[in-house]
Design a protein around this ligand. Structure first.
Ligand code: GLA
Length: 728
């Protein structure tokens, strides 16, 4: 068992292969957090907590005259509310009697084999070969009768611990949750932490930012109704001196696609508290007597081996325990061509077939028909919601079009944006009440479209029926699921006035229900998520889709940063990356090298390419297939940081057995008559010999890692190099 209870000290320790996590049923039965970090074997960490009389920090009444116990200075697994802890909280609840307070004490715990489940939200899962144990601790506030169930699953081999929270109302009146955080992690000494997050914007998602923790609450979150382009539900807490290769790093990845919040507070005593969960903005959730509310899962990891060590833990875990699609492990992803940047909405069946014919010559396996094939959709002002083929454009009908593509020995894919509706659509005309709009006010427009009220079951059922009807009517291999605006006008016509604070979360629950229903009935379809590029790229989405479109920004030099940032947590196999016309000064080969740090494909009009270019593309598609196992199943290393001024950006994939590696370099800047530059490989076997691109000579892993590979600097700007290292 990876979870141990010590009867004498009342501590519970969670052990993964290299880490330990400890808590204790402490003073007055509060559940105290004792430790998370490198393994501590059977040590009891209770000795770490010192008690002092802390002025202006309240003491629980039961402490009587002992003034040294204050929740304001205790590390906790789940906080109280209004009990003398003035730091940020796990919970804000309005009890049945109108009081704002929570005082949960540990009343029970159990340890079981296997992974816990959530009924309403996506979770990671255990495979047969995984050793997974679960701890469930129950806290009870005996005055309000509100029960908190804290769930922990320990993935021993993977060095991963997941957490989630359930709130059960055992009282006789409804309670209203205004804040419920899935994780609370307290560090007794937090003065030397940095926080790393992935902020961005449309076209520049997941750029990397690192900040020193100072004495206030640092917040990372989204209130856009989606996890957003602007922030990502993933953060790292690391030592101030942590680097790519060394230093303590804690990762927190939230499995949720809606409004989220991470708060990191460095308090008056240099203690650090991190909480993460659903954003409390406009969140008031009623939990009726006997009902249970579930908060989303947080996937936590710890390593002493810097950002690379942490990324490897997440990449490995998310490649095996997050998404059940057969495309994750068993079936190779196709090389695709997408019609968007080739034709936007100006296409018909003939044009698509011509693009496919040209793409076939480029070694492409799959044609994706993007936006514009349905309803009345010649621009982005109309048609969303009418998921019926526009036979003025697809004159032969969808079935026949797919047949023509299949006859070329290619597969066919299609685009949807199910959550949205245009005012100029048959759906809106028939059901204006399905669009979110605050009564008496005009809706906020964004790309001239409105969001459907995904909290409604009738809307969910409509979408399941319409999307399935298309998928069942033709031989569809791939679906791109898009959403192209942030949510505003949060209102559901289906809910009474006092339940409008539930709409943001109910939207996400409805979305998950629709996705689940469509994906489960189409296990053979490859799904790719998208939100105006990479606007909702989060772990929950990757539970449903094995891949996600990184960004609408296809410029290969910008992509270096986009791929770098995304790779901190999400595996390379999840990163949708294409070659497009963007970046006209950048050679086609460089674009291909960059797109090979992802799912690889094209986003251009293949009929416009010369025969020579088509031939080069074919070679690149073949190389992608040749290197697929290194890129998709190997370990990924960031060799340089594209956010720092330098002349080249480099990264590397290494197979798990270290027998092969693909090292890629893009020259982004050349200084006149500058020094020779060397790229240092990582992750090789030091004593093994490797050839480079079938060279006659072989070089030791140690030489390649310590002395590096010299990069020829007498090359045009934006030249790319790809070194295939083969162990002898
Ligand atoms: C979004 C996507 C693009 C494309 C368009 C279609 O912007 O990110 O790839 O699908 O929508 O409208």
């Amino acid at each position: 068992m990876s979870i141990k209870f010590n009867q004498t000290t009342k501590s519970i320790t969670l052990h993964t292969k290299h880490t330990s996590y400890q808590m204790k049923i402490g003073n007055l039965d509060y559940l105290l957090h004792l430790y998370y970090g490198p393994t501590i074997r059977d040590a009891d960490m209770g000795y770490q907590i010192m008690q002092y009389d802390r002025g202006f920090s309240g003491n629980p009444y039961e402490s009587r005259n002992a003034r040294t116990f204050s929740l304001d200075a205790q590390p906790q697994e789940f906080t109280t509310q209004q009990q003398g802890d003035f730091r940020t909280t796990s919970i804000e609840v309005v009890n049945g009697d109108g009081s704002y307070s929570y005082n949960g004490k540990a009343v029970d715990f159990k340890i079981t084999k296997g992974k816990y489940q959530l009924d309403t939200l996506p979770c990671v899962f255990a495979n047969d070969e995984d050793t997974v144990d679960t701890l469930e601790v129950t806290l009870l506030d005996t005055i309000s009768n509100v029960q908190i169930i804290l769930l922990y699953s320990v993935f021993e081999e993977a060095d991963i611990i997941t957490r989630a929270v359930k709130v059960k109302n055992l009282g006789e009146k409804s309670i209203h949750l205004k804040k419920i955080m899935s994780v609370c992690l307290d560090f007794l000494n937090g003065a030397n932490f940095d926080l790393v997050s992935l902020p961005g914007r449309y076209g520049q998602e997941r750029q990397v930012e690192r900040q020193k923790m100072t004495h206030h609450i640092h917040t990372i979150g989204s209130v856009r109704g989606s996890s957003s382009h602007q922030q990502n539900p993933f953060v790292i807490l690391c030592d101030r001196n942590a680097t790519e290769d060394y230093g303590n790093c804690y990762g927190f990845s939230l499995m949720y696609s809606g409004n989220f919040l991470t708060e990191v507070e460095l308090d008056q005593y240099d203690q650090l508290r991190l909480v993460m969960g659903i954003h409390p903005k406009q969140f008031v959730y009623e939990v009726k007597p006997q009902e249970v509310f579930e908060g989303p899962e947080v996937v936590m990891a710890f390593t002493e081996y810097g950002f690379t060590g942490l990324s490897h833990l997440y990449h490995d875990f998310y490649r095996s325990n997050l998404c059940k699609s057969k495309f994750v492990k068993d079936v190779q992803r196709p090389v695709l061509i997408n019609s968007w940047e080739a034709a936007f909405m100006d296409f018909d069946d003939v044009k698509l077939v011509n693009i496919a014919k040209a793409a076939k010559k480029m070694g492409v396996d799959l044609l994706v028909m993007d936006d514009g094939w349905f309803g009345k959709r010649d621009d982005d002002n109309s048609g969303l919601g009418d998921w019926v083929v526009n036979e003025k454009k697809i004159k032969c009908g969808l079935h026949k079009l797919v047949e023509q593509i299949n006859d070329l020995d290619m597969k066919f894919g299609i685009w949807f944006e199910p959550e949205m509706v245009s005012e100029d659509s048959d759906l809106y005309r028939a059901h204006p009440e399905w669009a979110m709009q605050i009564p008496g006010r005009h809706a906020v427009r964004s790309r001239n479209q409105m969001a459907l009220d995904m909290s409604r079951k009738d809307v969910q059922d409509y979408l399941i029926e319409k999307v399935n009807a298309i998928l069942d009517n033709a031989n569809i291999f791939y679906v791109k699921w898009d959403i192209n605006r942030s949510l505003a006008d949060i209102w559901s016509n289906n809910l009474p006035a006092d339940k409008q604070g539930e709409v943001y979360h109910r939207y996400i629950l409805g979305l998950y229900r629709v996705m689940d229903a469509i994906i489960k009935t189409h296990p053979d379809i490859l799904f790719e998520g998208c939100s105006g590029g990479g606007g909702r790229y989060d772990a929950a989405m990757l539970h449903y889709y094995p891949q996600y479109w990184v960004s609408d920004n296809n410029h290969p030099i910008d992509r270096l940063k986009l791929h770098y940032g995304t790779s901190f947590v999400y595996p390379i196999s999840s990163m949708g990356a294409h070659i497009s016309d963007s970046g006209r000064l950048v050679p086609l080969k460089t674009k291909a090298v960059v797109a090979m740090c992802g799912t690889f494909g094209y986003e251009l009009d293949a009929t416009h390419l010369s025969e020579e270019e088509q031939k080069l593309c074919k070679e690149q598609s073949e190389l992608f297939r040749k290197y697929y196992h290194i890129i998709f199943d190997g370990d990924y290393y960031r060799l340089t940081n594209p956010f720092e001024i330098g002349n080249m950006t480099a990264w590397q994939h290494v197979t798990k057995d270290k027998s092969e590696s693909l090292l890629s370099v893009v020259v982004t800047n050349l200084t006149c008559n500058g020094p020779q530059e060397y790229i240092h490989a990582k992750g090789l076997e030091p004593n093994a010999m490797y050839t480079i691109n079938d060279s006659k000579e072989a070089y030791s892993g140690s030489a390649l890692m310590n002395a590096g590979i010299p990069i020829n600097r007498e090359v045009p700007e934006y030249t790319a190099f790809q070194f295939h290292l083969q162990k002898q």
